[in-house]
Design a binder for this molecule. Sequence first.
Ligand code: PPS
Ligand code: ADP
Length: 204
Amino acid sequence: MNKATNITWQTTKIDKKQRQAYFGHKSAVLWFTGLSGSGKSTLAVEVERQLFEHHVNSYVLDGDNVRFGLNQNLGFSAEDRTENIRRIGEVAKLFVDAGTIVLTAFISPYREDRRRVRELLDDGEFVEIFVNTPIEVCEKRDVKQLYAKARRGEIKGFTGIDAPYEAPQKPELTIDTSTQTLEESVKQIIDYLSSHHYVPSFQS
Ligand SMILES: Nc1ncnc2c1ncn2[C@@H]1O[C@H](COP(=O)(O)OS(=O)(=O)O)[C@@H](OP(=O)(O)O)[C@H]1O
Ligand SMILES: Nc1ncnc2c1ncn2[C@@H]1O[C@H](COP(=O)(O)OP(=O)(O)O)[C@@H](O)[C@H]1O
């Protein structure tokens, strides 16, 4: 609910369609969701690099980074995670309006929070990518040693240990980084974008 009153939506002279035509590709959100250590950031960063190399406007919004700035007042309670995802959704929508393919790498554990972001956007603009790497593999990787801390009880409410992760029911794409190489996963995503005419066709 808006707290401010007496506000009106300002329209501009250049719209999303004009920006997309100018850049030569569609804009959308590639919404990576999955457990910590599942591979969201690694995938997003590599897809961004390849899109950029092929002259596609692309930009990664990453969990840890956004929490250093925009969302530095939020923690990991269910309410704070919901607010985290709500703000990211609004930021992602601005990027889509600006003609960019924005890649978001957040655990985003709640189905309802992700659904709300999908609803914010037009049809086809929300591409949900479920990074479905088994927790045993994520925990074994333990890139930031957070699973070990959670197991020792030093972090409370860690996703997958003592906080929930609600898997997507109908994601556009599912990736398992325990069985697919990085190259295979990136190719799967780029092929999806090409075959669905988000970007001109190219080989990853
Ligand atoms: N309690 C708890 N649970 C899960 N993750 C935790 C927690 N505390 C800190 N971290 C670190 O924060 C990163 C997840 O932040 P997100 O903004 O993606 O989380 S969420 O979408 O709001 O659930 C996550 O980063 P990724 O590993 O990149 O997913 C962790 O490094
Ligand atoms: N096939 C793969 N695809 C993506 N990441 C992989 C793969 N195999 C191993 N990894 C490693 O898994 C880790 C995933 O960490 P990260 O991308 O930070 O995950 P998240 O953003 O989901 O927390 C990285 O250290 C990465 O090098």
